[in-house]
Design a protein around this ligand. Structure first.
Ligand code: SF4
Length: 367
């Protein structure tokens, strides 16, 4: 990990701290103690690091302020979802969400304040991009949520505001801290990166963090509609995208994310096209990937897991969610085709928990 002072002190590696400490005559073991306080115990106040000398704590506070974003605005949903609107010192706003479930909590964090990609169904897409978040700001969201909800373990979802792979360096830096054995020691298999798919970045992610899981925001089973509603897809047609997915050595489980939009992408023909994609039959090749290869890629299944998602409509009401009975029919079609498909009801609907909705309801971020 390279030292990058703009990423904030939370992004410093143990070696970075050793170098800093050497300049003011502190021993190496102090750097390891500090790293453990920050990344293993998730203590975000130097004053509480009681095994460090008081003079060192004061110096750290002066030279390396942790400057946590303000997190005073939060909303709790009936299903236990808690959404936080965070505000950095420069006014950039972004969202982080605690998602409890019977199988354990997930922490959904943002990687950008806003987004450049303008997907037509997405609240964040209406905001434009204020700026990329730093590795420190991404980590801070995870530690803050884990501390708030007293979690010894959790899944991390990079599914909040922004396109993670468009902020590649900072995202990788943050994730390497999360999996660091002297930090949270998260398994990469408990980290899911959501992406619309950016050329070359999926394979790069897999090389940097083997085992990391990927949620591909597919949403439309053909290039025409996908490119119409997701401008980023124009630069990476489905054929090329699936080639990269299938050939990215080291990539963990892949899930296809599919928002069900009434009358837009929820017909039986759409389900059939989606099932074909889930089997790795890419439109350009028109031939199936050998099942043995798919089995290793999709963890023993012959096809990708498809996650159907209930849409949380925006105030513009341009799209509406597919009614439940029709969504069930769509899911059953996929199951009958041998595709493992789940249907996820919208979480925290009563608190605008879809990505970007809370920020959008308060106006442009950074404004
Ligand atoms: S869906 Fe993702 S990539 Fe598209 S606008 Fe929203 S945050 Fe950006």
């Amino acid at each position: 990990m390279e030292r990058d002072s703009d990423s904030g002190p939370l992004s410093f590696s143990p070696m970075d701290w050793q170098r800093e400490f050497a300049t003011f005559g502190e021993a190496d073991y102090r750097a390891r103690q500090l790293y453990s306080w920050l990344h293993s115990r998730r203590v975000l106040e130097y004053g509480e690091m009681t095994n460090l000398p008081k003079s060192l704590r004061q110096r750290l506070a002066q030279q390396f302020p942790l400057s946590p974003p303000d997190a005073s605005h939060k909303a709790k949903g009936r299903d236990g979802t808690v959404k936080y609107l965070l505000r950095a010192a420069d006014g950039a706003r972004f969202e982080a969400v605690f998602l409890p479930s019977r199988s354990g909590a997930s922490l959904c964090v943002s990687t950008q304040a806003g987004c450049t990609f303008h997907c037509s169904f997405c609240a964040t897409g209406t905001l434009g991009l204020t700026r990329n978040l730093t590795a420190g700001e991404i980590l801070h969201q995870v530690y803050f949520l884990a501390n708030e909800h007293k979690l010894p373990s959790y899944r991390v979802l990079l599914m909040g505001m922004g396109e993670p792979l468009a902020n590649f360096q900072q995202v990788i830096k943050a994730l390497k801290h999360l999996v660091h054995p002297d930090g949270q020691a998260c398994s990469p298999r408990r980290i899911t990166v959501s992406t619309v798919g950016l050329r070359g970045r999926i394979s790069h992610l897999a090389r940097e963090l083997p085992g990391v899981e990927l949620a591909l925001s597919l949403h439309f089973p053909g290039d025409g509609q996908r490119q119409q509603h997701m401008p980023a897809a124009k630069r990476f047609p489905l054929g090329d995208l699936f080639d990269e997915l299938i050939t990215s050595e080291g990539l963990g489980k892949v899930t296809l994310e599919y928002l069900l939009l009434e009358g837009v992408n929820d017909t039986r023909e759409d389900a059939a096209a989606l099932a074909t994609l889930a089997y790795g039959v890419v439109p350009r090749q028109r031939k199936a990937i050998p099942p043995s290869r798919l089995r290793s890629r999709f963890r023993g299944f012959n096809a990708c897991h498809v996650n159907l998602i209930e849409y949380n409509p925006l105030p513009s009401a341009e799209f509406q969610p597919t009614p439940y009975a029709k969504a069930e029919d769509f899911q059953n079609y996929l199951k009958a085709a041998g595709v493992y498909a789940t249907y996820r009801r919208s979480r925290g609907r009563d608190i605008a928990a879809a990505c970007g909705m809370l920020t959008a309801s308060e106006g442009r971020p950074g404004a």
